[in-house]
Design a protein around this ligand. Structure first.
Ligand code: PRE
Length: 90
């Protein structure tokens, strides 16, 4: 397989990751609305830890679990920042 072929495979996967992140962010919009209506802090560290722990256990490899945790901590931080912006603006 050529490098171009391999990169095409990566591009296809990145497209899927992007679509899933957008899907996740759309749910975050709903979570922000829910918390605005019913109360409760945007930041829920226990929930974030539970997500990380669940995904660490799901990790099939070959990416090290520490890498998965770092990636997901970043995703959750950005989702939380986005949720706070939406929450405060509405
Ligand atoms: O589950 C929540 O309460 C959310 O606000 C969603 C979410 C997430 O991205 O999954 C975002 C911020 C919180 O700190 C915890 C989790």
């Amino acid at each position: 397989m050529s490098l171009d072929d391999l990169r095409q495979s990566l591009d296809r996967i990145d497209n899927e990751v992007m679509a899933l992140l957008a899907q996740r962010a759309n749910i975050i919009l709903q979570v922000a609305d829910f918390k605005k209506e019913h109360g409760g802090p945007v930041y829920d560290p226990a929930r974030e830890d539970a997500i990380i722990a669940r995904l660490s256990n799901l990790n099939p490899g070959p990416l090290p679990t520490e890498a998965v945790e770092r990636i997901y901590r970043t995703i959750l931080e950005e989702m939380r920042n986005f949720e706070a912006i939406v929450h405060d603006a509405s």
